[in-house]
Design a protein around this ligand. Sequence first.
Ligand SMILES: *Cc1c(COP(=O)(O)O)cnc(C)c1O
Length: 458
Amino acid sequence: MSQTAQISNQTRRWQEMDARHHVHPFSDQAALAKKGARVITHAEGVYLYDSEGHKIIDGMAGLWCVNVGYGRSELAEAGYKALKELPYYNTFFQTTNPYTAELGERLAEVTPDGLDRFFFANSGSEANDSMVKIIRYYWSLQGKPEKKVFISRKQAYHGVTMTAASLSGISAMHPQAGLPLPNHAHIDFPYWYGMGGDMDPNEFGVHIAMKLEEKILEIGAENVAAFVAEPVQGAGGLIIPPDSYWPVIQEICHKYDILLHADEVICGFGRTGNWFGSHTYGIVPDTMAMAKGMTSGYQPLSAVALGPRVGDALHNSGEEWSHGFTYSGHPVASAVALANLDVLQKDKLVEKAGGETGEHFLKHLHALADHPIVGETRGVGLLGAIELVKDKKTRERFEGDTGGLCRDHCFENDLIMRAIGNTMVLSPPLSITKAELDELFTLARKALDATAKDLGAM
Ligand SMILES: *Cc1c(COP(=O)(O)O)cnc(C)c1O
């Protein structure tokens, strides 16, 4: 939507207020203020509606989070009930509340075995930040306080607070704030299509996993606290690891006594076709971060799950643990998370993401591989990536921002598909129907055609 189009006075008024006062995340402020932000006014199912009456199919489930879809009254009513009964009380003063107490028990039923203690926070960044403090404390309790270095991956996204941004490996996130902080290292990630060359994917997976061992030996295992990674790297380009990758990582962590933290902020709550990405890839993490799909984005809520090793050490430390947020274990967010779990379970959304919905999604996704500008399609559960290339054989890219071009064509056609460099990504609500998937992929192909025409490739 450009400011030259006819727009209503109401929309213009919102845009003006926004342009004057709202600092937007990950945006060029002045450029956006000039263009005018799109005003999303309501949403239902898999559709967003803007203030100009456009109905937009949301292929990204918000920011990878609205797993149950928009407009679920069960979640709204659970939140309303909690707001009336107990809008807030803290969990610092030797107190808890019914919602948070029950949430821990319900989460323990769906997380991988042993991960059954939860520290609650409000965002994925806070969960990862808290994890770093917990793990540093853990090693200190073991008499190994020098184990402080966190190894994560290039192009990883773990959030934006000072520590979470340092864990992140997207290099554009670092220079403006002089990051990363000390004690962070980044290794290559298992991006076969972009970096695998002639290697067989599984051979490549082992090759990249071995980079962890190289890095540990370089830093000294006695200095390394943990390896941090998403089961499937999301914002860093939707990187689906070859099957060979995770078993080797797991073995290396074990061999050098390095803790393994799985950032499940995107992969959790059904996204990869199982409750957690750790289930899909057979990972046994020591700690796990969750957020996004935990409430389907209806409330801000996150958690760090602790396995027995770290959990028992913290539990039995014999002293007060000096950490916690005002809103840790917030009753309203917890109530909404419980209702979200109810919907995921009642509607069998996780099973469907790993079954009929996921299969239909992947069938459509892979059908795009024959498109003249598509080099590779890859997907798992309800995550999908489409690589845009100029030359399918050599994997050569077009000049310029091809992803941005394609994303804008999607936007014009009322589809939200995200561009990460030259990779288009999809992560629709798990509640999406087959008919809605048909519609989504019709629009996606239309946008690819329009992009190819612009580039003279069709
Ligand atoms: C979104 C995201 C985060 C950060 O979560 P916020 O709630 O935005 O702080 C962390 N890790 C991963 C994998 C994410 O996708």
